[in-house]
Design a protein around this ligand. Structure first.
Ligand code: PLP
Length: 381
C-alpha cells in the first residue's frame, strides 16, 4: 500500500470521532430549530448552551461571553469591523504576520479611511511590546495581534500586549485560531476583549468557530435578523457544527498536556532531521513555538514544486513562497529573517504541521523521503 502522511494540520485537521458522533446526533436525531419552544427545539438549545459552557471552560471565559460564528475568518471580521466602526477613520495596530482574515480586512478598512500600523517582527517572528507602545496614538481604535503564527508557529506574548492595551483603554483582539486546542489559552490572563477561534483547527468541523467577547466589552451587532446570539449575530445556529466543535475542543483540552509532550518531541526530531539536510533553515522561534509547527526556508527549492513532489510520495505539507512576487501567505517573516530581498539565496518555504494523530513512522517517512526529493528538485539526480 502506498504510504500516506498527513502533515498539514495547521491548514485543517481530521474530524474526531467524538465530534462526528455529536454532529450526527444533532443532524439526524436532535435536528430541531433551537428557537423552537417545543421539546425538540429546547433540546437543540440545550446542546448549544452546553457547547458554550465547554468552549468557555477551555479558554477561561464565561458561557455568555461565547458567540458562535462560521469560523475564524468571520470571527476576525466581526471583532475588527464592529469595534472600529465606533471610531470612523481611526487608527488600528496589528503585526505584519497576521493571517489574511485579519490583514485583508485591515487593507479593506484602509480603503475606507482608517489608518493601520503594521508592527514588524524580528528574525524569530516575534513582535516587540516596546514597538507596540510606541505605535499607540490618541485615535487608536483597536489593537489586533495574533496569539500564534500560522506560518512559522511562533507563539506571541499576548498577555503583555493585552496589558498594554488595557492600560491605555484600547480594545484588544487576538486571533487565537492556531493556539486554541493546542496550547493553554486563558482570556483573562491575556486581558483580551475579543478572541477568535475555529473548529477545524482542533479536529472539529469546518465552517464553525467562535468569538469570545468579554462581558465588559460592548461589541456592536454584526449580522441583523432573527436575533440569535443575543441579538449580535443573527441566523439559525449551526447546531451540529457548534456541538461537534465543542466535543472536539473538550477532547483537545483533556489531552492537551499529553499532546504537547508527544507532538513537541516529534516536531523536534523532525526539525533536527531537516536541519541536517543542506540548504534548509528553520524559521520562527526555535523555542517558543507551537508544538506542531515545523517551518523551514529552502535554498534553491521552489516551495510549491516541493509540495507537489512530496504529494507524489504520499506526504501532505504546505508551502510558503518566499519570493516577494509569489503567491505567498505572508513573506514578512522570511523577509525579516533576511532570507528574501537581500540576496539570502532562499527560494521557497515549507511548513510541516503535526498533531496528536501523527506517529513516529510519519516522521521517519518524511525524513527518509526528503533528501531524494530535495536533490531531484535541485537537479542533482
Ligand atoms: N486565523 C488564522 C491564524 C488561521 O490560521 C486561519 C486558518 O487558516 C484563520 C484565521 C481562518 O479560519 P477559518 O478557516 O476558520 O476561516
Amino acid at each position: 500500500m502506498k504510504p500516506f502522511v498527513y502533515a498539514d494540520n495547521a491548514a485543517t485537521t481530521k474530524l474526531s470521532e467524538a465530534a462526528f458522533s455529536e454532529i450526527k446526533k444533532y443532524m439526524t436525531e436532535e435536528f430541531g430549530n433551537p428557537s423552537g419552544i417545543y421539546s425538540l427545539g429546547r433540546r437543540a438549545r440545550r446542546g448549544i448552551l452546553e457547547a458554550s459552557e465547554t468552549i468557555a471552560r477551555a479558554i477561561n471565559a464565561s458561557p455568555e461571553e461565547i458567540y458562535f460564528t462560521s469560523g475564524g475568518t468571520e470571527s476576525d471580521n466581526w471583532a475588527i469591523r464592529a469595534t472600529v466602526q465606533r471610531k470612523p477613520g481611526g487608527h488600528i495596530i496589528t503585526s505584519n504576520i497576521e493571517h489574511h482574515a485579519v490583514s485583508k480586512t485591515l487593507e479593506d478598512l484602509t480603503q475606507n479611511g482608517y489608518s493601520v500600523t503594521y508592527l514588524p517582527v524580528d528574525k524569530f517572528g516575534r513582535v516587540s511590546a516596546d514597538n507596540l507602545i510606541a505605535a499607540i496614538k490618541d485615535d487608536t481604535a483597536l489593537i489586533t495581534i495574533m496569539s500564534a503564527s500560522n506560518e512559522v508557529g511562533t507563539i506571541l506574548p499576548t498577555a503583555s500586549f493585552g496589558e498594554i492595551a488595557r492600560s491605555r483603554g484600547i480594545p484588544f483582539h487576538t486571533d487565537a485560531v492556531q493556539a486554541v486546542g493546542h496550547i493553554p489559552v486563558d482570556v483573562r490572563e491575556m486581558k483580551a476583549d475579543m478572541l477568535s477561534l475555529s473548529g477545524h483547527k482542533f479536529h472539529g468541523p469546518k465552517g464553525v468557530g467562535a468569538l469570545y467577547v468579554s462581558k465588559e466589552f460592548a461589541l456592536p451587532t454584526f449580522i441583523t435578523g432573527g436575533g440569535q446570539e443575543r441579538g449580535l449575530r443573527s441566523g439559525t445556529e449551526n447546531v451540529p457544527g457548534i456541538c461537534g466543535m465543542a466535543a472536539a475542543l473538550k477532547e483537545a483540552t483533556v489531552n492537551m498536556d499529553r499532546n504537547i509532550t508527544y507532538v513537541t518531541a516529534m516536531r523536534d526530531r523532525l526539525i533536527t532531521g531537516m536541519l541536517s539536510f543542506p540548504g534548509v533553515i528553520l524559521t520562527g522561534d526555535p523555542v517558543n513555538r507551537l508544538p506542531g509547527i515545523a517551518s523551514f526556508a529552502l535554498e534553491g527549492i521552489d516551495g510549491e514544486a516541493l509540495v507537489y513532489a512530496l504529494d507524489r510520495e504520499g506526504i501532505c505539507v504546505s508551502s510558503g513562497s518566499a519570493c516577494s512576487s509569489g503567491a505567498s501567505e505572508s513573506p514578512a517573516v522570511l523577509k525579516s529573517l533576511g532570507l528574501v530581498g537581500g540576496g539570502g539565496g532562499v527560494d521557497g518555504a515549507i511548513r510541516i504541521s503535526l498533531d496528536g494523530y501523527n506517529t513516529q513512522d510519519d516522521i521517519d517517512l518524511i525524513l527518509r523521503t526528503l533528501p531524494n526529493v530535495l536533490n531531484k528538485l535541485r537537479g542533482h539526480l
